[in-house]
Write a protein that binds this ligand. Structure first.
Ligand SMILES: *Cc1c(COP(=O)(O)O)cnc(C)c1O
Length: 427
């Protein structure tokens, strides 16, 4: 019984009440189950809706109704420069200079646009090194880029897999491939935080190894941004992209982001697909035939801002700026450790094999834990769902759960631990 003392609801509520960074639970809409909040552990898939989203959207609708086309200049946040609302907040979040980041398009679109610039196979140096079992969209993007350049994905994509019996990718194995075959590799492209296992790769170490081999290095930060602290500029990363509907709570299909290191943004030798919103802003409406680059990450921006979509991203981003990524990370470490210990207590109590395949070292992971419940199939996932827990099931047998520091509470975790305990009882 004592093992579960830390998970008594009163104790969990006490932890919530006294935490250095209280959850901003009241600032979000939480789906309901049987008259109370669900245990929402899928902020890694679609973050909850900020309460302020509706007013932000309404402001833009009103400005459009009132001003029509003049809203480009007269709206509360003039649409002509709307994208400029994001550089500051994004630069803090990913550790970049303001001229290195831009909010635009969607994640896979940005990945393609950045590959146009930074995957330039040439002679023997034609290959991409990536993680095995990357998110499917990334696999399709990389394979289609290779084919676009006349290559063969079976030859030109090298995957690094976890070692036998492990779920974790060893950075040393990435370094070894770069040492042995570095002269064949044009680009190293990885998920900063692996979506399936939740592993946070050592991004500066991988970037340094890629550069030492003469390759460029980019990251997909879908599961990293808003989850772990990033320092892209200092880490010398060449480029990165991310979506904002996961940890950044910006809504389904929300505008994505991109980072291009300062050393590339003004380099005319870097090829790029271009549009008028990448043209020098001072001369954008002179309708000149020749492209005159912004000379910042905005040069990759093609179209004018999708304002309705971005309005929500703007207020969601403000919440991150207000809370601060360092404080959020510190809170995240407390929450995930509490969840991890609760799962271990349940496993011990029930004699169940509940294996967390996420790295045990908190420095090698974000908030997500990926659980393999040996001997339990998808019916465990169903039992959790029926009890009001929102987690996700990934084939073949993984349950992913992400307690996010922005709105999850110790109480959410305590409730989850009790539900997991009854769902995995020996029978
Ligand atoms: C969520 C996710 C995507 C989704 O791509 P969209 O273009 O936003 O649909 C792609 N890659 C990774 C690694 C993801 O986690």
């Amino acid at each position: 019984m004592e093992t579960f003392a830390p998970y008594e609801l009163a104790h969990a509520q006490q932890l919530d009440a006294t935490d250095a960074l209280p959850a901003r639970r009241g600032d979000f809409h939480v789906p309901q189950h049987a008259g109370s909040d669900v245990v929402y552990f899928t902020g890694n898939s679609l973050g909850l809706q900020p309460e302020a989203a509706e007013a932000a959207l309404r402001t833009e609708l009103n400005d459009w109704a009132e001003h029509g086309v003049e809203g480009h200049f007269r709206a509360q946040h003039p649409w002509v420069s709307y994208h400029e609302r994001f550089a500051q907040g994004l630069s803090h979040l990913v550790g970049a200079k303001a001229n290195e980041v831009v909010a635009m398009n969607a994640l896979t679109v940005n990945l393609h646009l950045l590959l146009v610039s930074f995957y330039r196979p040439s002679g023997k140096r034609s290959k991409i090194l990536c993680e095995a079992k990357a998110f499917p969209s990334d696999q399709y993007a990389l394979a289609s880029q290779v084919r676009f350049h006349g290559g063969d994905p079976a030859v030109d994509i090298i995957e690094v897999a976890p070692r036998e019996g492990s779920s974790v990718i060893e950075e040393a194995d990435i370094e070894a491939i770069l040492r042995d075959r570095g002269d064949e590799i044009a680009l190293v492209m990885m998920g900063g935080v692996q979506y399936f296992t939740g592993q946070w790769l050592d991004m500066p170490r991988i970037t340094a190894a890629a550069h030492a081999a003469g390759a460029l290095c980019g990251f997909d930060l879908a599961h990293a941004v808003g989850n772990v602290p990033l320092d892209l500029h200092a880490w010398n990363v060449d480029f990165a992209c991310w979506c904002t509907y996961k940890y950044l709570n910006s809504g389904p299909g929300a505008v994505a982001g991109a980072f291009v290191h300062e050393r590339h943004v003004g380099d005319d030798a870097v090829p790029r697909f271009e549009g008028w919103w990448g043209h020098n802003a001072k001369r954008r409406f002179l309708m000149e035939p020749q492209f005159d680059s912004m000379g910042t990450a905005e040069a990759w921006q093609m179209s004018n801002a999708p304002v309705f979509n971005m309005a929500i991203h703007a207020i969601a981003l403000e919440q991150f700026t207000a809370a601060g990524m360092a404080a959020l990370r510190a809170k995240s470490l407390r929450l995930t450790a509490y969840l991890e210990a609760g799962i271990a207590a349940v496993a011990k109590h029930n004699g169940a094999r509940l294996e967390v395949i996420t790295p045990a070292n908190p420095a090698r992971r974000g908030c997500q834990l990926s659980l393999v419940a040996h001997g339990f199939g998808q019916e465990l996932f169903q039992a959790l769902t029926d009890a009001g827990v929102v987690v996700d099931w990934r084939e073949p047998n993984v349950i992913r759960m992400a307690p996010v520091p922005m709105y999850n509470t110790f109480e959410d975790i305590a409730r989850f631990v009790h539900i997991l305990k009854s769902a995995t009882q020996p029978h």
